[in-house]
Design a protein around this ligand. Structure first.
Ligand SMILES: [Zn+2]
Length: 375
């Protein structure tokens, strides 16, 4: 990455640690500008939400007559997916919950999933990926020295949800993704997790264990599900007033859910990856994107976000403990891991990928998103 004078946006807290960030002459960045447009575009007005939600439920119920489920939901134990489970029950929908067990769930996450689904009486299907296979695949991404090491998990979850919905003849997947807190994430900090070509290319180059139990979905298969089978992935939380702190309180009181103390910290790997690996190797701190999204949705002021980002990203005692855990799980020595940390940085597009295809499809993204997410 070339040297560039450090600059931070004057509206959010995104900065030049995203090498592709663009500032206008007022010092406002492209991320918050685009996020505000998307929020305006995707968020229903408060007065319209109830009506839209009623229509969604009506449609789902009429489509699933004679079928065992109205919808499929993914559960990770995190606040967003737990909220979806909670609302689904409140709305009287028959859901099948799906969990992708990649071997990294924290004990608290396992406990939260169990407690949530038991108290809400929602059936759970857990897909346990073969650990040797998944470990090998994750190591491919570490050895490739790319920043997008969460692709194996994110890709598998998405694939699993679609395949499960298809198998159970359900058109609807209700997702916990939401524009309010996830509107910002620079592409340079990750890569398209739908990119199966990239995943398979890294596996061919660095992998040793055949992929047998890892759920996968190609772009063609995804298009088949969306355009031919008319399957929809509806971001349910966009239909509600989303306030993270209030949601956490509600879930704690209603179903005994317990907080993790960090976004996506329900997985030890994700905690380590976002809290140590990405900042140390690449200088990326994903908290900046999360906090900036909260600024855009008026849940936090810029000053509060700046205070928050000053807090240490990892508790040193927890880091030490997680480091040992991660090394042991990957069968890596500290020296081997240090070599990975020091290896020259690569981008996804340094390897075979569908980067150009996805970039070219970008102009249709809004149309595609509308089709794929609206009931
Ligand atoms: Zn900004």
């Amino acid at each position: 990455m070339e040297d560039r004078k450090h600059q931070i946006c004057r509206r959010c807290i995104m900065d030049t640690t995203d090498p592709d960030i663009i500032f206008d002459k007022e010092g406002i960045c492209n991320h918050c500008t685009e996020a505000l447009v998307r929020m305006g575009d995707q968020l229903l007005l408060r007065g319209q939400r109830r009506f839209a939600l009623e229509k969604l439920i009506e449609k789902m119920k009429s489509q699933s007559k004679g079928k065992p489920y109205d919808c499929i939901i993914g559960v990770s134990g995190g606040v967003d997916s737990t909220s979806v489970a909670f609302y689904v029950k409140q709305l009287g929908l028959r859901a099948l919950a799906v969990h992708f067990d990649n071997g990294w769930d924290s004990e608290l996450a396992v406990d939260n999933i169990k407690k949530t689904l038991e108290s809400l009486k929602i059936e759970l299907l857990t897909h346990v990926v073969d650990w040797e296979e998944f470990k090998d695949l994750q190591l491919c991404f570490l050895k490739a020295s790319v920043a997008n090491c969460e692709i194996p998990t994110d890709h598998a979850i998405n694939a699993l949800l679609f395949h499960t919905a298809y198998k159970h003849k359900t058109r609807y997947i209700l997702s916990g993704s939401n524009i309010v807190t996830e509107a910002i994430m620079p592409l340079s900090w990750g890569h398209y997790n739908q990119d199966l070509r990239h995943l398979l290319a890294l596996h061919r180059r660095f992998g040793h264990v055949p992929l047998r139990t890892m759920p996968r979905i190609s772009l063609a298969q995804y298009c088949y599900y969306v355009f031919i089978k008319k399957m929809r992935q509806v971001p349910l939380l966009n239909y509600f007033v989303y306030n993270k702190d209030e949601l956490k309180k509600l879930l704690t009181e209603e179903i005994g859910w317990r907080d993790y103390g960090g976004k996506h910290y329900e997985s030890v790997w994700t905690r380590f990856f976002q809290g140590y690996y990405l900042p140390t190797k690449f200088g990326f701190d994903k908290r900046k994107a999360h906090l900036s999204a909260l600024i855009c949705s008026a849940q936090m002021t810029r000053e509060q976000a700046l205070q928050e980002i000053k807090k240490p990203i990892y508790d040193p005692v927890l880091l030490k403990q997680d480091m040992l855990f991660v090394l042991k799980k990957f069968n890596l020595t500290q020296e081997e891991f240090n070599a990975i940390l020091k290896a020259p940085l690569k981008q996804a597009r340094d390897y075979p990928s569908n980067y150009l295809l996805f970039e070219n499809l970008k102009k249709y993204r809004n149309i595609f998103r509308k089709i794929a997410t609206s009931p």
